[in-house]
Design a protein around this ligand. Sequence first.
Ligand code: SF4
Length: 220
Amino acid sequence: MNGMRFIVTYNCNFSCSSCRYKCGPYKKGVMDSNIFRNKALKLYEEGYKDYLIIEGGEPFLHIGTIYKYLKKIKNIDSKKYIITNGFWGKMDTYLYSLSDLKEMGLYGIIIEYDYFHSAFIDILTIKSAIEKALLNGLNISVRAAFLTRDISVKADIITFEYIKEIRKNYKNIGYIFEDANFKKQSLLIKPKSAIREKVIFYNDFKASKKSDAAICKLDS
Ligand code: SF4
């Protein structure tokens, strides 16, 4: 399994304490669509063909640029995903935005939700986001970060309860559990085969040492 991941912005409407890229409202800018296209085409030719992930920050804050990205990589035959915090869940206009994105080749969305995100968004909004994605026939996963493997701290117990609550309504969507300490690679479409993933960062990534460590882990 070979794929590519683009961290297109560090701009986010949330500022989760768990954020591996230390994103937040005060971080500005988004990757240029031509740079995005050129890097994507190059990696595709190098064999990173199975999936392409657009991540931030919050990509949906830059929906116009996301449209441009998808248009420019229309001919790339990879499964294309966007990772989002789902803030748009209760906004009807995003029902149509998702439809447009699907038309442009989007395969699925991955919605982040756990204890850390719950400081900024409630579970009902996340469920509404899932509904909108389902209505558009998109593949959906919920991604949650845990601090411990045995769910032995309060934050993890709360995250586990959230996941149970979401699973009550949505058994057939995907669930991705990550190490909040960034020691492990994100497990997207994994199972048995090894994942080779290239990560391209928006160019102002000078960030923190913690995030630099994450780059090494991810860019294997
Ligand atoms: S929503 Fe995601 S990108 Fe935004 S601050 Fe939280 S973890 Fe970071």
